[in-house]
Design a protein around this ligand. Structure first.
Ligand code: UGA
Length: 468
């Protein structure tokens, strides 16, 4: 099938590369010349597993890049719109890019086209896209507007795309549904997974992929409701973690106890410094705004956002309670990305915490395996960068863990202890077992668990006694 993908951001680029891997001919359209020439020259603009392989496999063959939207529309049967929908000041999604793409598509319709919303958009968007295309002269029978939300997580976007829990396809005509069924046929029939060059299957993959066909509006709502629900799950466990801290319970045990109920499930129950990224903060706000516009006052979502912000303040209070005064204190920071496995720092709670601590006069040396270059673009020059976790810890009054990189969960604890001036670790991601940390000579603060001190550990377990 010939497919156009409009917008070469995160979603568009991953979708385009994966569609090409499914065997389709894809034109990836963007109006940013610099982005296009970087892509044509073999650069990979985002840090994403398997994306470099897919781009080099298909670039210039099944995957081409163009700035000519109308030509791409004429050449394709399905046009996936994956342009940005940034938040406005009122928290709504700004749909002006979607509208201008719809206008341009209209003039290029030369046969039946399925226009697919891939960006996260509010529930009334498909109706507007249809109106705009009609207003600009297209025949009503010559196109359908559909919704095919993506559920990709950054860092695992390619495997999430190729091994999805489900594919949601929102269409109001059978004709459009057939086109989208065809697009995903290699995944739903399972033929993709039999190929020797298929991207390796991750744990927990359920193959072949399931497809859920709904109305367009339902699909639009599924996307917002999914992200809002996941954000709610994180805020819920963060609130429970705060109670655990007050009463001396252990949030890990509580998570295990509730997560093993199959109706609740264990995933997205990791407490920490709150959710960030380009999706949850924006989508919860946008869903709140959509509900308001529809006449429903979705106050639950206000509370989800409030708990999320509060989580950062609680962490800052924890740093203060561990170190007393902050001015002039030297902190090592592990993690700047909004989560592990990505170089993305958008709405990163780690960045917001580092900024707050710099403002309080701390001297910070940070290390992140992928996000330091991006951080340099937004952080003031007082932030120093290290080449490794140990270098970030060197001579520091305390070490802060702010991103859940796997690398940070496997540090050599005795080396870390030797590097730090004081063996204090304040872990915003609960990467370590408190008792192991205490046994290795650390004073260890985490989220939803009691602080541990080396003194509290029986002598027999104390193998990491600190130098004087
Ligand atoms: C999220 C959704 O998980 C995807 O399904 C969705 O497609 C995507 O948004 C989107 O709308 O494009 P993503 O933002 O890449 O994906 O990252 P997540 O893995 O969901 O993490 C989001 C934030 O929540 C991170 O800051 C992470 O550290 C935090 N988090 C996640 C927790 O604090 N606890 C958890 O248990 C899980």
């Amino acid at each position: 099938m010939r497919i156009a993908v409009v917008g070469s951001g995160y979603v568009g680029l991953v979708a385009g590369a994966c569609f090409a891997d499914l065997g389709h001919d894809v034109i990836l359209v963007d109006n940013d010349e610099r982005k296009l020439s970087a892509l044509k020259n073999g650069q990979v603009p985002i840090h994403e597993n398997f994306l470099p392989e897919l781009l080099s496999r298909h670039r210039g063959q099944r995957l081409t890049f163009s700035d000519d939207l109308q030509q791409a529309v004429r050449a394709s049967s399905a046009i996936f719109v994956a342009v940005g929908t940034p938040p406005t000041e009122r928290g709504e999604a700004d749909l002006s890019y979607v509208e201008s793409v719809a206008r341009e598509i209209s003039g290029a319709i030369n046969g039946y086209k399925v226009i697919v919303e891939k960006s996260t958009v509010p529930v009334y968007t498909s109706e507007w896209v249809r109106k705009i295309i009609l207003r600009n002269g297209a025949e009503p029978e010559s196109f359908d507007v559909t919704s095919n939300p993506e559920f990709l997580r950054e860092g695992t976007a390619v495997t999430d795309f190729l091994f999805p829990d489900r594919i949601v396809v929102g269409c109001d005509t059978e004709r459009a549904a057939d086109v989208l069924r065809q697009v995903y046929e290699p995944l739903t029939s399972g033929s993709y997974y039999l190929r020797s060059d298929a991207i390796p299957q991750p744990d927990r993959a359920s193959i072949p992929a399931a497809i859920i066909v709904t109305t367009t509006k339902s699909a639009e709502l599924i996307k917002h409701a999914s992200n809002a629900f996941l954000a709610m799950k994180i805020s819920f466990i963060n609130a429970v973690a705060s109670i655990c801290e007050s009463v001396g319970a252990n949030v890990n045990q509580v998570c295990h106890g509730i997560g093993t109920d199959s109706r609740i499930g264990p995933r997205f129950l990791n407490p920490g410094i709150g959710y960030g990224g380009s999706c949850f903060p924006k989508d919860v706000m946008a869903f709140r705004a959509v509900a308001r516009e529809c006449g429903y006052d979705f106050r639950l979502l206000d509370e989800v956002m409030r708990i999320n912000e509060d989580q950062r303040d609680r962490f800052l209070r924890k740093v203060r309670s561990a170190l007393w005064t902050l001015r002039g204190k030297h902190l090592g920071v592990l993690g700047l990305a909004f989560k592990g496995g990505t170089d993305d720092i958008r709405e990163s709670p780690a960045i917001l915490i580092v900024q707050a601590l710099l403002q309080e006069g701390c001297k910070i040396t940070a290390y992140d395996p992928a996000a330091m270059e991006r951080a340099q673009e937004v952080m003031n020059s007082t932030l120093k960068y290290a080449a490794s976790a140990y270098e970030a810890a060197r001579g520091a009054d305390a070490l802060l863990i702010l991103t859940e990189w796997e690398e940070f969960a496997n540090l050599d604890l005795s080396r870390l202890n030797q590097e730090l001036k004081y063996p204090i670790v304040i872990d915003g991601r609960n990467l370590y077992d408190s008792e192991v940390m205490a046994a290795n000579g650390f004073t260890y603060y985490s989220v939803g668990r009691a602080a541990c001190h080396p003194e509290g550990v029986p002598a027999a377990l104390r193998n990491g006694a600190k130098k004087a």
